[in-house]
Design a protein around this ligand. Sequence first.
Ligand code: AP5
Ligand code: MG
Length: 256
Amino acid sequence: MAIENSQGVWLFPNGGTCTRTDCNPRRPLRLVLLGAPGVGKGTQADLISEEFSSCPLSTGDVFRATRGMPKEKISPAMREAIEAMRNGLLVSDDMVIAMVEERGRCLKCGYGFMLDGFPRTVGQAKALDAMLAEMKLELDAVLSYTLDRDSVVERLSGRRTCGKCKTTYHLRFSPPKVEEVCDLCGGELYQRDDDRPEPILKRLEQYEASALPLEEYYKAQGLLLEISAEGSPQTVFERTRGLLRSILQERSAAQA
Ligand code: AP5
Ligand code: MG
């Protein structure tokens, strides 16, 4: 399957194409986004990408990109991963790390990147550090979004996703103009399998068990920036934008 957009290579490293290959922007930001399922990482990644150009790279999107593919085209390891995801469980470190390594080209991209959903464990974080060291690259920051549990559950339960262009809606906070139809491409909206009540609770448990060690890991490296995810997507983005502009200003000052 050939997908032609800035994430084509990330989703399909052996067939997808990227619309950004011929450019060399000067100020790439390389970020990791942390936060509970449903906190709004994907929503912020899209807003950050519009202003700062870094490509949103979501490991969950890679698994979901197999949706609708014929079963025989999906490897046994990928089928196992999708089953874990459906049930709200984490996919094994080995599988996810190999998947990101296969997409190393996206980490080297001159536009920078925002890893969304990876790393999720300290083991994955160490593997990412090794990959970046090999490429002589460094993270600029790790953005950790925080929100109370009830609001997170509300955001997840009301989410709907376009089956065609992947745009995300929320039944209460950002409904489509026509019920179950994507405003942008007319595609049909669906509810993610893991946005059912039981997987939501499992995902939150998994997140709560792994979040603290990961935050400590990045705090020790001086990279962790906590951001409140309360308020509208635009309000959260304004907080994020302020921090990212400061990073770019510090970088310019250091280079002057
Ligand atoms: P993944 O796809 O990474 O999902 P997640 O971390 O559970 O996060 P979500 O995508 O559910 O939420 P989000 O924070 O992006 O929120 P969104 O912006 O959509 O992972 C899925 C699964 O894949 C995992 O459970 C695991 O099985 C597997 N997996 C992936 N990576 C893995 C790894 N590294 N290791 C092991 N397993 C891995 O927003 C949510 C909703 O809220 C939307 O409806 C949105 O419109 C709305 N919204 C957003 N912001 C706001 C706001 N400010 N106000 C009101 N509504 C808002
Ligand atoms: Mg997401």
